[in-house]
Design a protein around this ligand. Structure first.
Ligand code: HEM
Length: 443
């Protein structure tokens, strides 16, 4: 293979693992300075990191057929089997066809009522002066909303409870597991024991719910579980087995919980530092929604919230994604043989100063119609692109907009002095803690 610059700082045996472990976000951002394609060693394994928006577009769209998901996702397989995010090739195409209708406009309209009810319950649960840890509160809202759109009836109650308890344990260690060698999984340490126990518990309870639902008949209850059980491929007539249903449910939980929670938590943090922007949003909510609960029809009209969310998701997005070549590929003039592990960081692309003016500054106005033309289409890919693009993007816009509008209408969230939230790299760049005091919104 033609030579690709290697990132500085590699040490024998560990390669760049220490740099990645110490400051994953800083390290990913630093790679751009060394070229469009940079070699990083994970222990003994070379990984080729794509650092330019054009090459990420090559990998995810133009040459997508020459890639499968690769090592990162192999490591998630014990948790989520061949669910949509892990599956490759024809299996992925078939499952994507089956699952896509569950995220249609009509289905999201149904889920939006659950989202609005959950947001209302959250806002009603607070009292003036209460201090909340926003990261945790938003994780609770995201998990609750996913769980209640998956399992709308009593059959799902044990699963909702198990998801609430076990998912945070798994999410905490997911990225570290994915980037570490397999033998570390078997070390008899607390983190591994907790992870394995949470994984077993979650799997067992979802299995139980799936088989109970299957026994109770295939009625469409409008939730994801019944849709998965009833789904049938139009061409082959095949439906999903119970294990496949469980893997899809687990995948959606892994893909949709932390990402959504982080976006919401950062939104309130960023707004607290920009009272003018927050005031504009509140005025918009009063005009569009008034005193009633937020509905799906309000979502596209809450344009200010959309701009804030775009900016939040630009700054605090998905940390690291991986692919593996399934045939020789030429990338940026360099030929990569079959089996090459390729990675890219949406977080780093979205903070590239050659793509964004004042790249590290939170500026929702960059998304105003008259300014957003300055940003290249390939430069903003918070949900990925091509055949593996996030299936939940419309779901999460609806969910997040409803939550923000519901909370802001009633409360002002004021940062608690003494703590500046720090970014922590997981699947996304989430905050360590965002303690905030709840104050009633003045009329
Ligand atoms: C702010 C929230 C979210 C962000 C930033 C996000 C981001 C992403 C990205 C970047 C990918 C592409 C991964 C790749 O190319 O390797 C992806 C895939 C996926 N996401 Fe999301 N996501 C979010 C919320 C959700 C939600 C709420 C759900 C489900 C309800 C979901 C379900 C999925 C699934 C199933 C995939 C795999 C799709 C496939 O491979 O066909 N995501 N997401």
């Amino acid at each position: 293979m033609q030579s690709v610059p290697r990132a500085p700082g590699a040490v024998p045996l560990l390669g760049h693992a220490l740099s990645l472990w110490r400051d994953p976000l800083g390290f990913m951002k630093s790679l751009r300075a060394h070229g469009d394609l940079v070699r990083v060693d994970l222990g003994m394994m070379p990984m080729y990191v794509v650092t330019s928006a054009e090459l990420v577009h090559e990998v995810t769209v133009k040459q997508a057929r020459s890639f499968e998901k690769g090592r990162f996702f192999d490591r998630l397989r014990p948790l989520a089997g061949n669910g949509l995010a892990n599956a490759n090739g024809e299996l992925h195409r078939a499952h994507r066809r089956l699952i896509q209708p569950m995220f249609s406009k009509e289905r999201i309209a149904g889920y939006s009522q659950i989202m609005s009810r959950n947001a209302q319950q959250l806002a009603d649960s607070w009292t003036p002066g209460q201090v909340v840890d926003l990261e945790q509160v938003m994780a609770g809202y995201a998990i609750e909303t996913l769980a209640s759109t998956m399992f709308s009836t009593d059959i799902g109650l044990p699963a909702v409870e198990a998801v609430r308890k076990n998912l945070p344990v798994l999410l905490k260690n997911l990225l570290i597991r994915a980037a570490s060698p397999t033998f570390l999984d078997r070390l008899p340490i607390r983190a591994n024991r907790d992870f394995d126990a949470a994984s077993r518990a979650l799997r067992a309870v979802i299995d139980e719910v799936v088989s109970t639902a299957r026994r109770s008949g295939d009625a469409d209850r409008g939730d994801l579980l019944s849709l998965l059980l009833a789904a049938q491929d139009a061409d082959s007539g095949k439906s999903l087995s119970d294990v496949e249903v469980r893997d899809e449910l687990s995948t959606i939980l892994f893909a949709g919980a932390e990402t959504t929670a982080a976006a919401l938590a950062w939104t309130f943090h960023e707004l607290a530092g920009r009272p003018e922007t927050e005031e504009q949003l509140v005025a918009e909510i009063r005009e569009v929604v008034g005193d009633r609960p937020v509905t799906l029809a309000d979502v596209p009209r809450l344009e200010g919230i959309r701009r804030v969310l775009d900016e939040v998701i630009r700054l605090h997005g998905v940390t690291l994604l991986m692919r593996r070549t399934t045939q020789p590929v030429v990338l940026g003039g360099i030929e990569l043989p079959t089996g090459t592990e390729v990675a890219f960081s949406l977080y780093a692309i979205h903070r590239d100063p050659s793509l964004y003016a004042n790249a590290d500054t939170f500026d929702p106005d960059r998304w105003l119609p008259e300014r957003r033309g300055d940003i290249a289409r390939e430069a903003f890919v918070p949900f990925g692109a091509g055949n593996r693009k996030c299936i939940g993007d419309q779901f999460v816009w609806t969910e997040a907009t409803i939550a923000i509008a519901t909370v802001l209408a009633k409360w002002q969230l004021v940062p608690t002095p003494g703590h500046t939230p720090k970014e922590v790299a997981s699947a996304v760049a989430h905050a360590d803690r965002i303690p905030m005091t709840i104050q009633p919104r003045q009329a």
